[in-house]
Design a protein around this ligand. Structure first.
Ligand SMILES: CC(C)(COP(=O)(O)OP(=O)(O)OC[C@H]1O[C@@H](n2cnc3c(N)ncnc32)[C@H](O)[C@@H]1OP(=O)(O)O)[C@@H](O)C(=O)NCCC(=O)NCCS
Length: 203
């Protein structure tokens, strides 16, 4: 099993260091566990499991959606949505591994376990690139989890041999733009999407 410090150091080798973390201690500490995925301990001592999304995560994904603010929903899906319909939730949990990867952060202190974060990529094989999205539930933000998910997605794209990872981010979404800037992404206006930036990282 890979420890978070190993992940962090591997990521540091591959990505420019985050500006605020060049000399800082890691935000997240690893722990070994025989269960699938990896245990993540945040600096405020809460525990999550990082693992791949599964078909059985549909209900947890839908519950997670109900806890999101309208602003978070708009920032993640780039438009307003009042609910996450079951067919869409099922689709988001049942991946085609050839072209998709999704990681979830599961809070197993709750029964049933709750989903606190999701990061996914969708590969465009013809373009040799993947589009990503990331979401962290509000109560769990500013703990390094968004960066962890994004780093994992970047690593996955590199393993796939892709040349670029990219995503659409609303221009007003300063948290996400800041996070991407720290991870070395570049930003340009999305030509066909007013108010939206296209951020990308060459791999
Ligand atoms: C954007 C989002 C993913 C960030 O997740 P997160 O877990 O809080 O991110 P991190 O804790 O890894 O933050 C990393 C850095 O990004 C920047 N950042 C994150 N949130 C910020 C905020 N609210 N204000 C300012 N900077 C912020 C900071 O530099 C932060 O480092 P620091 O906490 O050491 O200062 C989360 O707020 C979210 O899910 N938003 C709604 C959905 C969304 O916007 N998705 C992106 C579209 S693909």
């Amino acid at each position: 099993m890979t420890s978070l410090s190993e992940i962090a150091s591997a990521s540091r080798r591959l990505l420019p260091p985050r500006s605020t973390e060049r000399f800082a201690r890691p935000h997240l500490t690893p722990a070994t566990s025989p269960a699938k995925g990896e245990q993540v301990t945040t600096r405020d001592r809460r525990e999550l499991r990082l693992r791949g999304i599964e078909p059985g995560d549909v209900a947890a994904l839908q519950r997670c959606f109900t806890r999101l603010s309208p602003e978070d929903i708009r920032r993640r899906f780039l438009h307003a949505m009042s609910e996450l319909p079951a067919p869409m939730a099922q689709r988001l949990c049942r991946l085609d591994p050839q072209i998709e990867t999704a990681y979830v952060l599961m809070d197993e202190s709750e029964r049933p376990a709750e989903m606190r974060g999701v990061g996914r990529i969708y590969v465009d094989e013809a373009a040799d690139s993947a589009e990503f999205s990331v979401l962290v539930e509000q109560d769990w933000t500013r703990l390094g989890l968004g960066a962890l998910l994004l780093q994992r997605l970047v690593d996955d794209c590199r393993r796939r041999g892709l040349s670029e990872i990219w995503g659409y981010v609303l221009q007003e979404n300063r948290p996400m733009l800041k996070l991407c800037k720290e991870l070395g992404f570049t930003r340009r206006l999305a030509p066909d999407e007013p108010g939206t930036a296209q951020i990308s990282l060459r791999l």
